[in-house]
Ligand binder design. Structure first.
Ligand code: TA6
Length: 302
């Protein structure tokens, strides 16, 4: 067993392989779904249920796959802060967890059609130089016809700490101008495209017709992504999360991002399950907090 894989022999439909940029990844093929998880960032990069022609998770054709560099797509794990770090703009955006090599702790086959992976990340000298706290992250992925992602943070320090977190999920869509996002009506949000001004979601549906970057706070609601172009609905049910982020860079921001194709903005939307801003989490020594999201895909033909 190598240092990043505490698991001995792997079941037949789970393989450890080397992906682009030499990044190690776990390839999962079950009768009901396929997925790819990079050990860097415990980064779920692909999930496609058997009945889906298109991957549920979007990945830029221009994504970097380099040690220590964020991957543009899939589900980046943001921890221990979300976005730019308020107290130190030189710190890596969205924290360090998505850049670090995680350990594969466990592989299980709970049902014939699913695979359960558990990965971990603990503090070390490098993380403590950025964020002086002792912690352990555990990330469980139940991969099958549905997808269950659970991020658990444990405070292993003798002091309390406060953190932000997000499962920054990029969804593939047929045309972002024709998708509808339900579930956020009445929620307050910080509008990053308007100097983080606090607003309220008045309409029942969120639609994208310009750069959209909203951190909805104090909402535990499930969301529904309706994609008439791809003929599917994706439900996003969450536990232990009080923030939801909706992001699409639109034309200019996509062009400005090196690892984002100029023409790719219309094919994706981020609906992120988070605890950020007002919803940052305080943990005392020895305490743990879990955030969970379940994705389900159903046909939709309006
Ligand atoms: O979640 C939305 C957001 O905070 C946007 O403001 C944009 O910065 C996006 O995340 C991507 O961030 P990244 O650091 O991955 O380029």
């Amino acid at each position: 067993m190598n240092r990043i894989n505490k698991v001995g022999s792997l079941p037949s439909h789970v393989k450890l392989e080397t992906g682009p940029g030499g990044l190690e990844r776990i390839s999962v093929q079950t009768p009901e779904a396929q997925a790819l998880v990079y050990l860097q960032g415990a980064h779920l990069a692909s999930w496609r249920p058997r009945d889906q022609k298109h991957d549920v998770l979007w990945m830029s054709r221009h994504s970097r796959f380099e040690p220590g560099q964020p991957i543009r797509g899939g589900v980046p794990i943001c921890f221990p802060w979300f976005g730019a770090r308020r107290e130190d703009a030189s710190s890596p955006a969205h924290g360090f967890a998505r850049r670090r090599l995680w350990q594969l702790e466990e592989v299980q086959i709970p049902q014939p059609e699913s695979v359960l992976l558990e990965l971990s990340l603990s503090d070390d000298e490098e993380t403590r130089s950025l964020w002086p706290a002792a912690f352990e992250l555990r990330y469980r992925l139940l991969i099958g016809p549905e997808l269950l992602m659970t991020l658990t943070v444990k405070n292993r320090d003798d002091q309390p700490f406060v953190f932000e977190e997000a499962l920054h999920t990029y969804f593939t869509v047929g045309d972002v101008r024709r998708v509808r996002v339900y579930g956020l009506q009445g929620a307050e949000y910080l509008d990053k495209t308007d100097h983080m001004v606090r607003k309220r979601q008045e309409e029942s549906v969120v639609r994208v017709d310009k750069e959209t970057d909203r951190l909805y706070v104090n909402t535990t609601a499930s969301c529904l992504l309706e994609d008439e172009t791809l003929g599917r609905r994706i439900t996003i049910d969450k536990q232990g999360s009080s923030s939801t982020v909706v992001w699409n860079p639109w034309i200019d921001k996509a062009r400005a991002l090196e690892d984002f194709g100029d023409d790719e903005w219309s094919g994706m939307i981020c609906i992120e399950t988070a605890n950020a801003a007002d919803n940052a989490v305080a943990l005392g020594p020895g305490q743990s907090h879990s955030m969970q999201v379940t994705l389900r895909v159903t046909p939709y033909h309006p």
